[in-house]
Ligand binder design. Structure first.
Ligand SMILES: *[C@@H]1O[C@H](CO)[C@@H](O)[C@H](O)[C@H]1NC(C)=O
Length: 332
């Protein structure tokens, strides 16, 4: 018989090691997600790789979120998303930085058309997340692009807003997120997903681990405790960032550490939601397995695309950096 004390202790340990359920791993190499989370089950609950397919196995407890990257990715989308949903995915990510010419580069209206055609139909099987916009304050970019998109996507069934942020301090991140949450609220969207974030100084690799650690600690505490934040992923699960030479570094340790206790209530309400969402996925199993072979064939093409994605991602940082400087000048 198990004693009360033992049960109590086990419960306490579970509570301490449980993360908020919001933390994600953005990756290019699937094996690094395993490295990041090894021995830290529950710290990371979801992952994405800017692609439609996981391109490797995720550790148990880490749900892959497929992304329809841009206009060029639609041909393989249906088979890939069916496969992801039958594999347990509960969320779908829209286009990657459509507000940037160096990224998905889409007008709000063409994005809305493609979203309605390729993502909206999955609204009863997954939580649909908007295209991920940057933190640019230029007109036609960032949240301004998102507003134009929503004007054209009123029947798209978007349940969450995805944003990216690069900047100089935690205070700037908090201010941007507060603005994003309020913008989302105008469209009755009550979740914001921060699917890329880091300090400007760390976009091509972490320049100072101690600075990055402090920034990440503050950010995680805020993101975990904010009820309107649905998910977040630091940029990113790779060597030079959360890992060094294939091992989790001191910044990575912060990322997989237990979250603040204030987040546990968010986590339980979240998992209830997830359970209802997954229900329909079994229905599609048969259809999905037929398309598996097809999806495999496109893997090579897909991974080439992914490799390109990261490269381009780096160039966006530069764009964002300029914007931040502009922002700083404005507030000065
Ligand atoms: C729209 O999204 C909600 C929440 O994800 C879902 O419950 C509902 O079934 C979706 N509607 C349609 C028509 O797919």
């Amino acid at each position: 018989m198990v004693s009360f004390t033992k049960l109590f202790t086990l419960g306490l340990i579970a509570a301490l090691t449980e993360a908020s359920g919001k933390r994600g791993a953005a990756y290019n190499e699937a094996s690094l997600v395993k490295t990041l989370t090894s021995g830290k089950s529950g710290a990371v609950s979801w992952s994405y790789n800017w692609a439609q397919e996981a391109d490797g196995d995720m550790p148990s407890g880490v749900k892959f979120v497929p992304m329809l990257w841009g206009t060029g990715s639609v041909s393989t989308w249906t088979s890939a998303v069916e496969k992801a949903l039958s594999g347990g995915s509960t969320h779908i990510l829209g286009f990657n930085e459509p507000d940037m010419t160096s990224q998905a580069d889409m007008s709000a209206s063409s994005a809305a058309t493609l979203y309605k055609k390729y993502i909206t139909p999955y609204g009863d099987r997954a939580t649909l997340i908007s295209p991920a916009v940057t933190s640019s304050e230029n007109s036609g970019q960032g949240l301004s692009w998102f507003k134009s998109f929503m004007a054209e996507c009123t029947s798209c069934n978007v349940s969450a807003l995805a944003v990216h942020w690069y900047g100089g301090s935690f205070a700037q991140l908090e201010s941007f997120m507060t603005e994003a949450i309020s913008t989302a609220g105008k469209y009755d969207i009550d979740e914001v997903w921060l699917t890329e974030f880091a300090l400007d100084a760390d976009t091509s690799g972490i320049s100072d681990q101690s600075t990055a650690k402090t920034f990440l600690e503050k950010s995680i505490a805020w993101l975990d405790s904010h009820p309107k934040v649905g998910g977040y992923a630091y940029f990113y699960t790779a060597n030079g960032y959360l890992l060094t030479s294939g091992s989790v570094n001191s910044v990575g340790d912060v990322y997989v550490a237990a979250s603040s206790s204030s987040s546990s209530s968010t986590s339980s309400s979240k998992s209830t939601k997830t359970t209802t969402k997954t229900k329909t996925s079994t229905q599609t199993k048969t259809a999905a397995s037929t398309t598996t072979t097809k999806a495999k064939t496109t893997k090579a093409a897909e991974s080439t695309k992914t490799a390109k994605t990261t490269k381009v991602v780096t160039s966006t940082k530069k764009v964002t950096k300029t914007v931040t400087a502009h922002q700083a000048a404005k507030t000065a």
